[in-house]
Design a protein around this ligand. Structure first.
Ligand code: GDP
Length: 452
């Protein structure tokens, strides 16, 4: 029999309220021991989806007055009886209430244990469980939309659909092998190959958008690079609308990498203002410069800032050359001064935008150019694969199906083909958790927060 778990579900710190959750067969009994509803209302008599106002006490000492929301199995997040206590939002109060619940018989919940119970009681499949974390981690509208798509079961339906088709293909092959006298007719290899290819195509569609989906989920890493004093920090501050980076006319001021987030069209861009790229005798500045090269190497896109009031230096030219093959935007800054650099000074195809970080001119063009260079398609089913676990399963399934196609084309026995279809099925069933080992489940929920 399941035990009853309890946890503080809200983050530590001061707040209007904090919420504690209790879930399990004894949730109502345990909570009743520390909570007395005003008006002598008994928790045991309350129907699900109702609330009570009352006091929480520990060994006769009143700790807080709280609102208690009751959910009865199976109509709760976990599928079990659940009590949610909304108390005053202080760390001390919420910790005292948690220890009172534990004294009354609850066990402290492990990270993700509420969601794990929801999965185990059949309330959600693994992709929906993972979408809960995706939603909590979402930064920006598009990341939130992707999480909602999985939460409403789109990932589950697509993978289950592929698995179900493969199960019927395997069954058709099996029926002939198991009942050779029944005149079922051997499955036609060409028809089988057609059915399998159609499922491979779906897997291709799902895996092809993974990188773009991940960029939307984690944010576009954008390195701002350029010589010292061209206006990198000013551009970053303009984009962020804050004074995040130090602006100074002394070259070499930004030594560390300063990061800030901006949102363009609902997508998060993580801007890194790097140390100006130049040779320097200053050891600390040189460390900053190497960090800049590292940021540049790991960036999804590069925003190269140049001073358009000065001619190109050798360093500028080398930097522009290094942008070859990278997604980049070249900002011709300081347009408010006398201009010596124009787009005509750059190789064809260079993505230049004229701006002035000082006056703000051209900043809208710059954000539009950053968004365009990412070329992120809008959220779609192609981005549903949410993490490396799901991707790995999908790729394994695809590889086995491709082997099955090769086997069919070589005229291998259908028995052998059916082994390959089974091999594809197992990772597909693992994605949604229809069949999944305890180790995978433990690993997956380990990354959740306590109380979720
Ligand atoms: P960084 O070293 O590349 O980060 O450059 P900063 O942002 O610190 O700017 C260096 C100097 O250039 C500062 O004095 C800024 O005020 C100035 N600056 C930055 N952008 C512009 C601009 O668009 N026009 C003018 N006139 N000055 C600018």
């Amino acid at each position: 029999m399941q035990d009853t778990i309890a946890a503080i579900a809200t983050p530590p710190g001061r707040g209007g309220i904090a919420v504690l959750r209790v879930s399990g067969p004894d949730a109502i009994k345990i909570t009743s021991e520390i909570f007395s509803a005003r008006g002598n209302k008994a928790l045991g008599d309350m129907p699900g989806y109702t609330v009570a106002y009352g006091d929480i006490a520990d060994s006769g000492e009143i700790l807080d007055d709280c609102i208690l929301t009751l959910f009865r199995a199976p109509r709760s997040y976990t599928g079990e009886d659940v009590c949610e206590i909304s108390c005053h939002g202080g760390d001390y109060i919420s910790r005292r209430i948690l220890s009172a619940l534990i004294k009354a018989g609850a066990r402290p919940a492990l990270p993700g244990e509420f969601t794990k119970r929801a999965f185990l009681s059949g309330k959600m499949d693994l992709t929906r469980a993972e979408s809960v974390i995706e939603l909590i981690d979402a930064e920006g509208e598009q990341a939130m939309r992707l999480a909602h798509m999985a939460r409403e079961g789109r990932t589950e339906r697509i993978f289950d659909g592929i698995a179900d088709t493969l199960i019927s293909v395997a069954a058709a092959i099996g029926a002939y092998a198991d009942y050779p006298d029944e005149d079922l007719g051997e499955a036609d290899p060409v028809e089988l190959a057609g059915q399998i290819s159609a499922e491979i195509e779906k897997l291709d569609m799902l895996t092809s958008g993974y990188d773009a989906g991940q960029i939307i989920r984690r944010g576009v890493r954008t390195a701002i690079v350029g010589r010292p004093n061209v206006g990198k920090s000013s551009v970053m501050n303009r984009l962020a609308g804050t004074r995040r980076s130090i602006v100074s006319s002394i070259p070499g001021t930004t030594r560390d990498v300063v990061e800030t987030d901006i949102f363009i069209d609902g997508v998060r861009f993580i801007l890194s203002d790097t140390a100006g790229l130049r040779e320097s005798a200053d050891e600390i500045e040189q460390i900053g410069v190497s960090l800049s090269y590292e940021k540049m190497a790991g960036a999804d896109i590069i925003l190269c800032v140049l001073d358009s009031s000065a001619p190109l230096t050798e360093e500028d030219a080398a930097l522009i050359k290094s942008l070859d093959g990278r997604k980049s935007v070249v900002a011709l800054n300081k347009q408010d001064r006398d201009i010596v650099l124009t787009p005509a000074d750059f190789p064809k195809g260079t993505n230049t935008v004229a701006i002035s970080a000082e006056t703000g001119a051209g900043m809208d063009d710059l954000t539009a150019a950053l968004s365009a260079v990412c070329a992120l398609p809008g959220t779609s089913d192609a981005m549903l694969i949410a993490n490396s676990r799901q991707l790995d399963c999908a790729l394994r399934a695809k590889a086995s199906l491709e082997e099955a196609i090769t086997a069919l084309s070589l005229g291998v026995t259908l028995d052998a083909v059916s082994v390959l279809i089974d091999a594809a099925l197992s990772p597909l069933l693992e994605i949604t958790g229809r069949t999944v080992g305890e180790a995978v489940i433990a690993e997956l929920f380990k990354n959740f927060c306590v109380g979720k």
